[in-house]
Design a protein around this ligand. Structure first.
Ligand SMILES: O=P(O)(O)OC[C@H]1O[C@@](CO)(OP(=O)(O)O)[C@@H](O)[C@@H]1O
Length: 380
């Protein structure tokens, strides 16, 4: 996953999902459907591939920059077909993940049967398991030409290998950098704002005040929650901004290292820092209106915009992706909106309006089958 931002846009198209195929072609699938020697299956799959590819291209024509065409694409014919479809329209990089660890494959296949919509209708777990294993056996060895990135045994967390062929340019380079740092080890990320601050009580934005009475109570409840939730975790860490309201909120949490990030500081409100929204409306009506019109792009005079915040969060996101142990991030409203949007895959325009209330923990569970979310409201 990457941010859908002004620099990089990201789009996921699940080309060979059972749902999409069934919707378009009205066929029920099994492992046979995926066999290379089943002409009906091959034809139906190619039809869906072309449809999904065209969908991605039309999105790119509207300004999208990076699309993920998610399918196995593991044989010569399919790759040639994709290269033809892409010719003169977009640059193709084949990304292949190879896993030789039978235990990981077994674990992931079991999770897939439990959680994937492909098997939602399959009442017999063992039958689903066999079907998926047959499906895997039908994937052929991919060709080695053109631009490709191969990630070999990188999921297990014990080294692995990355092979890069014919990759050049800024964006492809960033993609390699991102992939080197990412993995699928299941772990939670807990996001929370600091406890209520004295400025929150007065309705003043920015600043660096200590906690209110309610904020003091929240930090105790949070420490209690984290202590219980991460009881069996040895390597978790607590990340805060450099502002005292987050550092104070983290202080009662014991047993885990604490790391301060300037990149987690709240949006810089520039000349408006310390003012209430009412004061801005009254004294700087033009600024107030411009922000209201386009909160995402509006930049406070001598301060930041949401787009600026999103940009400065890139190293935090890469580090979060890299971690194998749980992380508790204690930060601020604007920053958490952006972080949450990244994990929850929310569109750019929605970011400044996402609800991130005080005294609430958002738990993001990272794992093999994507991201799951839970919210815990510890206080009103
Ligand atoms: O973008 P908006 O909705 O103004 O929200 C950001 C604001 O939230 C506040 C609170 O009003 O953040 P926080 O208390 O989480 O540090 C302000 O400091 C900050 O300017």
């Amino acid at each position: 996953m990457l941010f859908e931002s002004n620099i990089i846009q990201f789009h996921v198209i699940v080309a060979l999902s059972m749902e999409l195929i069934s919707d378009h072609l009205g066929i029920t699938q099994s492992a046979d459907f995926f066999r290379a020697d089943n002409p009906e299956g091959v034809e139906a799959r190619n039809e869906v591939v072309a449809l999904a590819f065209e969908d991605m291209i039309s999105w790119m024509q509207e300004g999208g920059q990076v699309g993920i065409f998610d399918a196995t694409n593991s044989n010569k014919k399919r790759r040639n077909m994709l290269m033809k479809l892409a010719e003169g329209r977009c640059k193709l990089i084949f990304l292949e993940t190879i896993c030789n660890d039978v235990n990981i494959i077994e674990r992931n296949v079991r999770l897939k049967i439990q959680q994937s919509p492909d098997y939602a209708e399959e009442p017999d777990f063992e039958a689903g398991l066999q079907d998926f294993k047959n499906r895997l056996a039908n994937y052929e060895k991919a060709i080695e030409e053109g631009s490709y990135i191969k990630m070999i045994d990188m999921v297990s967390g014990h080294g692995g290998q990355i092979q890069v062929n014919n990759i050049s340019g800024y964006l492809p380079g960033r993609i390699v950098f991102f992939l080197v740092n990412t993995h699928l080890t299941p772990r939670p990320i807990l996001l929370t704002r600091h406890g209520e601050s004295q400025d929150n009580v007065r309705g003043r934005i920015g600043g660096d005040t200590a906690l209110s009475e309610a904020g003091e109570l929240y930090r105790k409840k949070l420490a209690n929650f984290v202590g219980k939730r991460l009881k069996s975790e040895r390597a978790a860490s607590i990340w805060t901004s450099t502002l005292q309201r987050t550092i104070l909120t983290a202080s009662p949490i014991v047993g885990f290292p604490k790391i301060q990030w300037r990149a987690l500081d709240e949006i810089n409100a520039g000349v408006c820092d310390g003012m209430t929204y009412e004061e801005i409306k009254k004294n700087m009506p033009e600024e107030y209106e411009s922000r209201k019109k386009d909160k995402l792009r509006y930049r406070y005079p001598r301060g930041e915009s949401y787009l600026d915040v999103i940009q400065r969060l890139e190293p935090v996101i890469i580090e979060l992706e890299r971690q194998r142990a749980p992380v508790v991030v204690i930060s601020h409203q604007a920053v958490l909106r952006a972080l949450y949007a990244y994990f929850a895959d929310r569109p750019l325009n929605e970011i400044p309006h996402i609800e991130v209330p005080l005294h609430t923990i958002i738990e993001i569970q990272m794992g093999v089958t994507g991201v799951q979310e839970k919210r815990y409201k510890l206080m009103d």
